[in-house]
Design a protein around this ligand. Structure first.
Ligand code: FEO
Ligand code: CA
Ligand code: CA
Length: 651
């Protein structure tokens, strides 16, 4: 998310002296001497080399078969010609036909108990699980509900109806708690070929910020995870700030806990703020939090329950097909502000999970399981994410063998590897290394990145792509630094050595440096973007990212929708598609006003695409009435996209 009123991810908490990714890029660019920028279509060949193995001069047919959509600032979803976009399961949609939450009144006047049985708020990462593995007409749509905006904002108040009282009562906090987390929604095409919710399905489930879940893996039971309520350090209530997602090859859903720090504060008055080194590194602010949950529930008060925040910031595995299953927080994957999770296999079939930590100057990680995946053996695969090694990325500027820009290495987060010269924090054991993965990354010299958002793996080449959304706080300019104040972001990719996800070295490249060539002052500078950025596709702040099975790269944005100044001609946040070989990028869809476009998943036949529109009208003041129109309050919602001729999306 990009909370315009907080922007907590923009403020680095990383005080280490580790090298910044941009410095690495600059050296590589200077060494190879191919950083050239121009204007409009006449831009030079920056980063335009073909993918290795694709160096043939034969023309490659483009993966992009649709006509580009022009940027706009309309309060609607605009999709490419020949496609239809249909709103689905907005916030408040009932999942059950009787009892609490069976109706949506239209004004947000529902209670906390109602909300616990309705679709949550601020839709984000999402996956369609076919009901039988092959059906494209019935399945479980599982999605994240990331957050609400803070107590002081109009958007938050819409959660409670048209005439909200000012007090932040326990009922209100509980309603907020129940609007976060995940939804598991049984959906099916009806006889009119229209997607509908199967109300009262035994699969329908809400997982909230209060649902009991289990801490598993190497850190479970550690002293740092114990609280006054849970003296075992293994049972925790809730998941929240569920941002991007992932899936596993064995058919479970991974929900990723991002800005958990925003939910912890204190009401205990003292002249000392009482935060530990760890709390500060994870961005917990002193005094009252924006959501003020700690004013009603003690576990969110970091002075009353110092370890509660250690129990959040994990990746949680959910079995969507077992409504009684307890979600598992997988501590082997490390604790940080998780954006999403993308899996791959090593050549010997161990499971790799790539992950980004979304904060300015934070890191990219990968996990490699100890044990191998066994096709068709769910029991053998069930706990693969509980044992393995966690690595953090170091991007260097060494010579590559192909056309990529530099080399990198994966450094294991291991207690015995923490240098004795590192004195900021003392790790007591390996569990501590996982709980404080950011600090371990600092100690091990990981490379500071420009806010890592989604990671995705190419379906055949295995190359990994990551969105680095922006790092606008970078103000130190020098001759070797082309992107001070990185307001537009970029997409970086890497290729593991030997094409094996188990490799501990890689080559990296920049796939696109976002920019705006229509801003006169940008022309001839890096702010115009790389050569695949044009006046037609200009965008800022790439965030959601995913390959479809044909290798089309889908890019979603969560950035400025000012549509003026540096962002002129970029319109509302949007979704684009890219061809990884030709590097062409084309806008496919534009979202409504003041929204973020996020989450993407396809039916197995690739003929239905589901995306999410998060926080339309987030600035309040009647900024949007999407999707209900008229004077209705704006609501986050899913959008179903189909091709009018029934074809594959993107063709
Ligand atoms: Fe929740 Fe980094 O976006
Ligand atoms: Ca995001
Ligand atoms: Ca974002």
């Amino acid at each position: 998310m990009e909370i315009k009123s907080i922007d907590s991810e923009d403020l680095p908490t990383n005080t280490s002296q580790n090298e910044h990714f941009q410095s690495v890029v600059n050296r590589a660019i200077n060494r190879r001497g191919f950083l050239k920028f121009g204007s409009g279509a006449a831009v030079a060949t920056f980063l335009a080399g073909p993918l290795a193995g694709c160096g043939s001069s034969d023309p490659v047919p483009s993966l992009l078969g649709f006509k580009a959509v022009a940027a706009n600032a309309l309060d609607t979803v605009t999709v490419a010609e020949g496609y239809t976009a249909t709103t689905f399961v907005p916030w408040g949609t009932p999942l059950f036909s009787s009892g609490a939450g069976a109706t949506w009144g239209g004004t947000g006047s529902e209670t906390a108990a109602d909300q616990a049985r309705q679709v949550g708020d601020n839709h984000d990462g999402m996956h369609f699980f076919s009901i039988d593995g092959t059906s494209s007409t019935e399945g479980l749509l599982v999605m994240n509900h990331e957050y609400n905006t803070t107590v002081s904002t109009t958007n938050y108040l819409t959660l409670f109806g048209p005439t909200p009282a000012p007090a932040n009562t326990l009922e209100r906090v509980n309603k907020a708690i129940n609007s976060w987390g995940c939804s598991v929604i049984h959906i099916k095409k009806d006889t009119a070929n229209k997607w509908t919710v199967v109300k009262d399905s035994s699969y329908n489930r809400r997982i909230t910020a209060a649902t009991p879940m289990q801490l598993t893996g190497p850190a479970a039971g550690d002293a740092l995870l114990k609280t006054s309520v849970d003296t075992t350090g293994t049972e925790v209530l809730g998941t929240f700030n569920n941002c991007g997602n992932g899936i596993t090859p064995w058919g479970t859903y991974l929900t990723c806990e991002e800005n958990f720090n925003n939910n912890f504060g204190t009401t205990v008055a003292t002249s000392v703020d009482g935060r530990t080194v760890s709390m500060k590194r994870y961005g917990i602010t002193a005094a009252t939090s924006g959501y003020a949950w700690e004013t009603q529930i003690d576990r969110f008060d970091y002075k009353k329950e110092a370890n509660e925040s250690n129990r959040h910031g994990w990746i949680v595995e959910i079995d969507p097909f077992d409504v009684t299953s307890k979600p598992k927080k997988r501590t082997a994957l490390g604790r940080f502000k998780h954006e999403n999770a993308a899996y791959a296999f090593t050549k010997d079939k161990r499971v790799v999970v790539y992950m980004g930590d979304d904060q300015a100057d934070d890191y990219i990680y990968k996990f490699i399981s100890t044990d191998k995946y066994v096709e068709g053996n769910q029991r053998a695969n069930a706990n693969l994410l509980d044992s393995g090694k966690l690595y953090v990325a170091k991007f260097g500027n060494g010579s590559t063998t192909g056309d990529f820009m530099g080399t990198g290495e994966w450094v294991e987060l291991k207690l015995s590897s923490i240098p004795s010269s590192y004195t900021t924090y003392t790790f007591s054991n390996q569990a501590d290394v996982l709980i404080n993965a950011r600090l371990a990354g600092d100690a091990l010299g990981a490379t500071k990145m420009d806010r890592p958002e989604w990671v995705t793996v190419h379906p055949t080449s295995g190359e990994v792509y990551v969105t680095l959304t922006n790092n606008s706080g970078r103000t130190v300019a020098d001759e070797a630094n082309p992107r001070t104040s990185n307001i537009y972001g970029q997409i970086v990719r890497w290729r593991e050595t030997g094409g094996d996800a188990a490799a501990l070295t890689f080559d990296w490249d920049i796939f696109v440096l976002a920019g705006n060539p229509t801003v006169t002052a940008n022309v001839g500078t890096t702010k115009a973007g790389s050569s695949n950025v044009t006046a037609d596709n200009t965008f800022n702040s790439p965030d959601g990212l995913g390959f479809d099975k044909f290798g089309r790269l889908w890019i979603q944005t969560d950035g400025s929708y000012d549509n003026s100044g540096n962002y002129a001609n970029q319109g509302n946040n949007s979704m684009l598609a890219a061809d990884p070989v030709s590097k062409e990028i084309r806008r496919f869809l534009v979202g409504p006003k003041q929204c973020e476009v996020t989450g993407l998943t396809f039916t197995p036949d690739s003929k239905t695409l589901f995306i999410n529109i998060q926080h339309p009208g987030e600035l309040g003041s009647n900024g949007s009435n999407w999707p209900d129109g008229g004077t209705a309050m704006p609501r986050s919602a899913t959008v179903i996209i189909t091709k009018n001729d029934g074809g594959v999306i993107g063709t």
